[in-house]
Design a protein around this ligand. Sequence first.
Ligand code: PLP
Length: 453
Amino acid sequence: KVMDEKEIKRLEELDKKYFLHPTSSLKQHQEKGPKFIFTEGNGVYLKDVHGDQYIDALASLWNVNIGHGRKELGEVASQQMGKLAYSSAFNNLSHEPVIRLSEKLASLTPGDLNVFFYTSGGSESNDTAFKLVRHYWKLKGLPEKKKIIGLERGYHGVTVAASSATAIRQFQEMAPGKAPDFLHAVPHKTNCELGDKNDPDYARSLRGIIEREGAETIAAVIMEPVQGAGGIHIAPEGYFEAVRQLCDEYGILMIADEVICGFGRTGQMFGVDNWNVVPDVMSMAKGITSGYIQLGAVGITERLRDDLANVSNDVLFHGFTYSGHPTACAVALKNIDILEKENLVEHTKQMESVLAKGFNYLEEKHSIVAKSRAKGLLGAFELLADRENGIQFSPDKTVAPLLVEQCFKRKLIVRPVTYGGTNIIAMSPPLVMTKEEIETMIAIFDEAIKAVK
Ligand code: PLP
């Protein structure tokens, strides 16, 4: 036990009294207090105040890519803080970590995505991307080009613009709702994006929406290579290429949201590398530091930067106090160094088939398990009431949260995603997860599924 019972109770009471949890049920919090109070992390494991060890199969929030407990990152942060913890990057001021990180990112990102703006996370990165593309078109003399089209089920964050691009209804119900000029298209309809007007979904596809709204009103499209919070939906082969082609055809910029997929998650350094597509703008966060410190980035092509610089003598009136935070940049560099030295991207690619094999085993054994999928170490399976006839559970009987509760009891942390009758179990473990650890996770699912049946 890490802490005595009295102290644990006291912490739980203080949590209930003073902490407003992000994206959490406040009612459940007031009734039951915090679910876990963690004290330590090591590799794929998290330990709580009771001394219980859990497999963190979500890498906490899809972000602890290099795994927990890497002392080197703390050492780098400490060295950088001792030298220059913070200095501003406004007004063309600079420092070594931000310069070195930008050079490093340029070597990793595809094509001429070689210029980087920094933020403190994914939502800020997406808001920045939206402002940059709108600014770009305005400077090009096309101020009406300001609409942003995302995909249904897409998640892009919670700031006002990012939550407007997000298509998960609950996030938009939070005041002030959806901002104007954000639209959503039906995801992954490659045939429609290639021009198949006979498809009943055509009008809801990106191409259908662009034709309806007029390309002269649209600044950019944004999409995740694999939709994460919406339930792990992998873009089908050919889809990203079709969208790239569509954007080029209509003069629309393409933003790839690599907040989850970036830095190895899908078995490639970036999600778009699965399809050899170069977006115009790429937003990043999470895996850039594996969550050891807050950092996000927005990559733009050299072409875009040159255009912005050519048409404008103005100041770029956009910047956060922590844009290019020296300590965060130093930690990111070390994190990327570990990803590379330990071949974690390649390892992740290898582990995809182990995860898929585990899912197949679960499908064979349990008639409620269906539609499993994995890209690198980003995976999910669904739960169906009647798999043979493709019948979902009724929306008032959400089974995914029940299964996740059973997983928690067996010391495995995963995430339920439910909408309508759809019940998805999502996972995104640290990229250091071994074959044996994946097998342990599958064995826990096996037991947990039996317990909910
Ligand atoms: N974009 C994607 C694809 C995400 O998954 C997330 C967070 O989960 C975000 C953006 C928002 O990032 P943040 O929570 O760091 O603001």
